[in-house]
Design a protein around this ligand. Structure first.
Ligand code: COI
Length: 360
């Protein structure tokens, strides 16, 4: 895929006070922000208007803005990767554009123009090209967001919105390889419910996870395994990531039933595994089945997949019923192979037969 050269050029106001670049060996995640941001307004009756790239800085919001009261907000996450040859590529940005446009409806947010999303991000990243790091495992994280801005306290959808995109350099999520994490199996509280907003990347889904994640940390766990909201039986997501299991040589992941985010890394993982000829199943998996497979020795691997970490290996599933240690607590071969395959395409080290890389 390539970015259209004929797309309208978005006006740029350059910063007069560029900030110093952080050292690339200690970037962490979400701590540093590049010099510019993309901003687009929405006004009912006019659509998405006045795209502009401006210096990174505070937004001005009326205290009655509906996002502050009723939570009409959604976001996306993708990255720009410094290629082996020095150029910069995005990875499947059209999928983020599509997810934001289709997820918006459930939140009564007007769909963003998908072409504007991709072209705007390509132009923004080019303006801040110097901010794309090049140390191994680093990238420029891109955070598109939509918020409702109408100053009105009646409970209905806002008539005005702001779409903004900020970016910032991030490090390898886990320095030194795929560090397995310890996960708390949460049997009471839920992240999302079928019929709710779990399939959209709504800010509110993340609020629902914070208290539980904090308690998991107090128990010595890194994150939470979310079960379904109705019977608290079926595994759904892990932390902020989609969940994959390898059971008896088959890659298994829960189906997108309305409460699960349609992850772009999830989609990529399933496509690559199928290309390898690996059996892949999208089906319900109960925590009972996980426990049984573990007892029989057929639960080979468990891992989360998402943009930030690509693959996050689950070493232990902890609950009141005791610990399940998976693959001796070490990363398994499928997690390792998927991580390598995806990151090698992202950094331009391997061929890209499906056209997932977008060189900008
Ligand atoms: C991801 O795994 O990419 C996420 O969704 C995490 C993000 C909210 C920081």
């Amino acid at each position: 895929m390539s970015v259209s050269a004929s797309a309208p050029v978005i006006p740029v106001t350059r910063t007069s006070s560029p900030r110093p670049r952080p050292a690339e060996d200690a970037l962490g995640f979400g701590k540093h922000f590049a010099d510019h941001m993309l901003v687009v307004d929405y006004v009912e009756g006019q659509g998405w208007i006045a795209p502009r790239i401006v210096p990174y800085g505070p937004l001005s919001l009326d205290p009655a803005a509906s996002v502050l009261h009723y939570g009409q907000a959604m976001f996306e996450g993708l990255k720009a990767y410094r290629q082996a040859d020095g150029r910069i590529a995005l990875f499947r940005p059209d999928r983020n554009a599509h997810r934001m446009a289709t997820g918006a409806g459930r939140l009564s947010i007007p769909a963003i123009d998908e072409q504007l999303f991709v072209q705007g991000i390509a132009q923004l990243v080019n303006v801040d090209a110097d901010w794309v790091p090049s140390a191994p495992g680093t990238a420029l994280y891109i955070r598109p967001t939509i918020i409702a801005t109408e100053p009105f306290l009646g409970v209905r959808a806002s008539k005005t919105y702001t779409f903004f995109v900020i970016t910032g350099p991030v490090g390898a999520y886990y320095a030194g390889g795929l560090k397995p994490v310890r996960i708390w199996v949460e049997k009471e509280r839920v992240r999302a419910v079928k019929g709710g907003i779990g399939a959209a990347k709504a800010a509110a889904n993340y609020v629902a996870s914070l208290q539980v994640a904090e308690e998991a940390r107090a128990r010595g766990c890194d994150q939470v395994l979310w079960l379904d909201a109705i019977g608290h039986q079926y595994v759904e997501e892990v932390g902020t990531m989609n969940l994959c299991l390898v059971i008896d040589g088959t890659l298994v992941t829960p189906p997108l039933g309305g409460s699960i985010l349609p992850g772009i890394t999830r989609e990529t993982v399933l496509t690559i595994a199928r290309d390898w000829g690996m059996p892949v199943e999208e089906r319900l998996v109960s925590i009972g089945e996980v426990r049984e497979a573990h007892a029989k020795g057929s639960l080979q691997e468990v891992f989360g997949v998402g943009t930030a970490a690509v693959v996050s290996v689950v070493g232990t599933l902890a609950s009141e019923d005791g610990d399940m240690v998976i693959n001796g607590g070490d990363p398994g071969p499928i997690a390792n192979r998927l991580y390598d395959a995806i990151t090698r395409i992202q950094y331009g080290l391997d061929p890209d037969p499906r056209g997932w890389r977008v060189v900008i």
